[in-house]
Design a protein around this ligand. Sequence first.
Ligand code: NDP
Ligand code: NHF
Length: 276
Amino acid sequence: MIKNLQDTYTLNNGVQMPGVGLGVYKADDGEEVTSAVRTAIDHGYRLIDTASFYGNERGVGEGIRESSMNQNDIFLTSKVWNDEQGYDETLRAFEASLGRFGFNNLDMYLIHWPVPGKFKETWKALERLYDERVIQAIGVSNFHKHHLEDLMKDANVKPAVNQVEYHPHLSQGELKPFCDKHDIRMQAWSPLKRGKLFDEPTVADIAREHGRTPAQIILRWDLQTGVATIPKSTNKERIVENADIFNFELSEHDMTRLKNMNIDDRTGPNPDEMFK
Ligand SMILES: NC(=O)C1=CN([C@@H]2O[C@H](COP(=O)(O)OP(=O)(O)OC[C@H]3O[C@@H](n4cnc5c(N)ncnc54)[C@H](OP(=O)(O)O)[C@@H]3O)[C@@H](O)[C@H]2O)C=CC1
Ligand SMILES: O=C1CO[C@H](CO)[C@@H](O)[C@@H]1O
């Protein structure tokens, strides 16, 4: 199990990926995102998750440069957006992302959503970039089991990660065992369900019992279920709070109570309905 902020999962290609990181969706491309990234890194975070869609890659690059660490010490993820998919388009989108970051390489690049008729060509472009060693690991996001099966039929490189919505209201009962079986690391987006779980009685009760905040209970559940997690905050106190999850343990009973909260409810779109 992930033991601290610098602790890593070994991905299926041998690359080390920190188990906890900072998400920056909706952080403005300016001082807001730059300061959040710098603050997180200076408080021990080693993974930053962004996307071309978030419009803040420039500010993320700046935050890494302003921080106490070098780019090489940080695991940086970005994603190719839906209207950038296709082989040539993806190669161009990747170059554009690198240009905005101001870096020559990336740790991980993901297909943001499984755009029908496009994602396999997009994957070929990711495989090329991976072969050229400008990306350490390639993966997907918002892929259901059937998307992964379809992709893997023709792929030369297996996705290292599948980043999906995951929290106690959506514990991915079908996808999680599939990813585990194929050694594809699941990474949780909207792990806090954007604040919508904090008043849930089960979460609130467990938080009270452990003298922890609801956010810490949910993020600890991610760790104990073997799912990497990328909570977003631009607030220093909450950035620190979300990382303070390593010195307590949820009991089997707590884990069962949290597991029983699943209602397959999403805060974002269902990948099967997104492109209808
Ligand atoms: N691949 C994909 O399709 C997607 C990927 N993502 C990635 O996942 C990351 C996380 O998901 P996101 O949707 O941002 O949602 P989260 O579940 O991480 O929730 C973020 C919200 O919760 C607030 N918050 C954070 N920590 C606390 C805390 N300790 N107590 C109270 N409130 C808190 C934040 O506000 P504040 O900033 O003010 O603290 C913000 O409003 C994204 O930033 C992005 O990087 C997200 C969606 C889709
Ligand atoms: O990364 C993302 C941020 O959240 C959006 C949903 O609200 C997603 O659509 C998108 O994939």
